[in-house]
Design a protein around this ligand. Structure first.
Ligand code: MG
Length: 203
């Protein structure tokens, strides 16, 4: 199972990171052991002092596909969810500065929080979903999939040019503005519309 994450897919987040808006999708991967099982706390790792949350809509692939045309992308998933792309911002800054790969900042154990249950997309307008995250009850991120630079179908098509997508693969579709640091004791809750999708305790 692959975890594929999109970087800079919302212009307002690219701006807050002082990054340019990409002309083609930018993606990176997390290892399978990055997945934080629903209901499990996130343990603040000792190798970082600046872990950030990035709340993201997650697409679960349910059919094998390669070189998928954008117009057929909808046939390759039937459920959508919400998760957190936890990022060691301090290590990421060092990696960026040196031009090194990002794995230590992005693909560490437990760095991909995921919802317990996904929502069927049938009857859902996936390109117009509202999602949000709270930190200790305060709203910190609020996004709309209509603000994505590259749509879910464009992302599926693009990724599948480079690698076969398989059943169970997860695509984290990028985060809107409002990313920030977490602290031990935090409670992070994610919502699609009004529906609570995940609750993660930081220990
Ligand atoms: Mg992200």
């Amino acid at each position: 199972m692959k975890i594929i994450c999109i970087g800079r897919n919302y212009a307002d987040h690219a701006k807050e990171m002082n990054s340019s808006v990409p002309e083609v999708p930018m993606f990176f991967m997390k290892a399978d052991i990055s997945l934080l099982r629903p209901g499990t706390p996130f343990f603040y790792p000792s190798f970082s002092n600046d872990i950030h949350y990035e709340c993201e809509v997650v697409v679960k692939i349910d059919r094998v596909g390669k070189n998928i045309a954008e117009r057929f992308a909808h046939k390759y998933y039937s459920e959508i969810g919400l998760g957190i792309d936890f990022t060691a911002r301090d290590l990421q800054a060092q990696c960026k500065k040196k031009g090194h790969p990002w794995e230590i900042a992005k693909s560490f154990e437990g760095s991909a929080a995921i919802c317990k249950q996904f929502i069927p997309v049938e009857g859902l307008d996936v390109e117009n979903l509202q999602f949000s995250m709270t930190q200790n009850g305060d709203g910190v991120q609020n996004g709309k999939t209509s603000d994505m630079i590259f749509t879910i179908h464009q992302l599926i098509s693009y990724i599948s040019k480079f690698m076969t997508l398989k059943k169970g693969d997860l695509i984290y579709t990028g985060t809107p503005a409002g990313v920030g640091p977490i602290a031990i004791g935090d409670e992070l809750k994610g919502f699609i519309g009004e529906k609570e999708m995940f609750r993660v305790l930081v220990k």
